[in-house]
Design a protein around this ligand. Structure first.
Ligand code: NAP
Ligand code: HSE
Length: 442
């Protein structure tokens, strides 16, 4: 690596030739999309940016498999050093995914004076600070718009367009697979297992769908969004996470009867008591704009003190939508290079706000249970709630089956610790045969 001045001279020389060389790491779903969008934009680049961009190297594991996807297989390599040590490459796009070797390659690229664009939410949600510090140190761009909600612009709007706001809440549907499953359960009364099987058949869910259905993928996105929205580092480990595997068609039907949908929501709130970050299924009023976000679409709802409510909607994943965000980042890097101002917007976490414990979070709850059908049972249940400072908003007996009655309770806003204490007691009572569902209400 040369001095910053020799790097700058080199960059200007590359730009003078009207060609910027780009390396792509990974040629899977997103990498292939990036390659295609580069092809589609070939004739637009010069008028748009004043330079042309060329993918001059692609790192893959299996050269033979990748050869069928590109017009010139000679640009394929399985040797990272060929890219790291190539001084003509100014921009590296990392779309291999996973923690290692992606982390090492990104750090090496930044150290050797290359700008980096990535979609790697796993890495940013846990190690974002290290990567952004490295970018700052090198004075290079490190952009990751595609890491949250795929094709939907959300990171740049939060960092730039909405920078004049204090953001108090970001709530989003940020996982397409689970939104598809919940939509099928809502619209076609499918049970979870059948809807998951359909999502797998149609290619929405991965062979191992754990990260999606257990909420882990959404939690990574929420950590990244919260860090940016509240200017304070939040990591994946900070996010309380529950998936959708326990949601049944009956929960969804009852929610509908109450004028609500059930969605997997990623929640980030900046409150006086600290930052709250969580991912879990929630009942949400059907009139809320997020309730009508269906199928595999994503949406992110942001509340700022100046702007009020805004919502960003679109495709949160997939080959071309994700590539759209990546190529947008690459074009931004090029514009920055042109004016010699790379590294202009680096890490925006200048605060160290406390995280709020989930026990202290306030929420409303929907609860469904099977109880003995005899006098005094409802009085006993309500007294447990009352003794634990849980106020009830609605109490409905839904049906009877033999000796059992099904009751549904909706609470007022309660402190999670108090609600959990009440549930623990209810679980020990003989008259309560099953607590079938506990779902928060937005
Ligand atoms: P993918 O289809 O599994 O592709 C990954 C690619 O990287 C494959 O070509 C793989 O090669 C290659 N690769 C993995 N490790 C490598 C290594 N050590 N050296 C060289 N090549 C390596 O994954 P993807 O869906 O495109 O996702 C890529 C990234 O984008 C991930 O960080 C993901 O979280 C993120 N993302 C994806 C989406 C989406 O819709 N898919 C949306 C937003 C963000 P082999 O095929 O030979 O294994
Ligand atoms: N698996 C994710 C989803 C896409 O279903 O939304 C990658 O972020």
């Amino acid at each position: 690596m040369g001095s910053p001045f020799s790097q700058f001279r080199e960059m200007r020389r590359n730009m003078k030739n009207n060609k910027i060389q780009v390396a792509l790491l990974g040629l899977g779903t997103v990498g292939t999309g990036v390659y295609k969008v580069f092809e589609n934009q070939k004739t637009e680049m010069l008028p748009k940016l004043g330079v042309e961009l060329e993918i001059s190297k692609i790192l893959v594991r299996n050269l033979e498999k990748a050869a069928a996807k590109v017009s010139d297989p000679s640009i394929l390599t399985n040797n990272w050093k060929e890219i790291a040590e190539d001084e003509t490459i100014d921009i590296v796009i990392e779309v291999m995914g996973g923690m290692e070797p992606a982390r090492t390659y990104i750090l090496e690229a930044l150290k050797s004076g290359k700008n980096v664009v990535t979609a790697n939410k796993d890495l940013i949600a846990s190690d974002g600070r290290v990567l952004m510090d490295a970018a700052k140190e090198s004075g290079k761009d490190f952009l990751f718009e595609a890491a949250v909600a795929g094709g939907i612009p959300i990171i740049r709007p939060l960092k730039q367009c909405l920078a004049g706001n204090c953001i108090s809440e970001v709530v989003g549907i940020v996982n397409g697979t689970t939104n598809f499953i919940l939509t099928k359960m809502t619209e076609e009364n499918m049970e979870f297992g059948d809807a998951l099987a359909l999502a797998t058949e149609l290619g929405y869910a991965e062979a191992d769908p754990t990260a999606d259905i257990e909420g882990l993928d959404a939690a990574r996105k929420v950590a990244i969004i919260a860090s940016i929205a509240f200017n304070s580092r939040v990591t994946f480990d900070d996010v309380y996470t529950e998936g959708i595997t326990k949601i049944t068609a009956r929960d969804i039907r009852y929610a509908k009867e109450m004028g609500c949908h059930i969605k997997l929501l990623g929640m980030a709130r900046n409150t006086e008591g600290g930052i709250e970050v969580s991912v879990h299924p929630m009942l949400i009023n059907s009139r809320h704009p997020l309730a009508s976000v269906n199928d595999s679409f994503n949406a992110v709802f942001v509340h700022g003190d100046a702007v009020g409510d805004t919502m960003f909607y679109g495709r949160g994943a997939g080959e071309l939508p994700t590539a759209s965000a990546i190529v947008g980042d690459v074009f931004d890097v090029v514009r920055n290079m042109k004016y010699g101002c790379t590294g202009r917007i680096s890490c925006t976490c200048y605060k160290e706000l406390p995280m709020k414990k989930m026990d202290d979070v306030v929420s409303r709850y929907f609860m469904r249970m099977q109880v003995e059908d005899r006098p005094g049972v409802l009085a006993s249940v309500t007294s447990v709630f009352g003794n634990n400072v849980v106020s009830i908003e609605q109490f409905i007996q839904k049906r009877k089956e033999g000796e059992l009655a099904e009751i549904v309770v909706i609470t007022e806003e309660v402190v999670e610790r108090n609600f959990n204490d009440a549930v623990k007691i209810l679980q020990t009572m003989d008259m309560i045969k099953e607590i079938s569902a506990v779902i928060r209400v937005y």
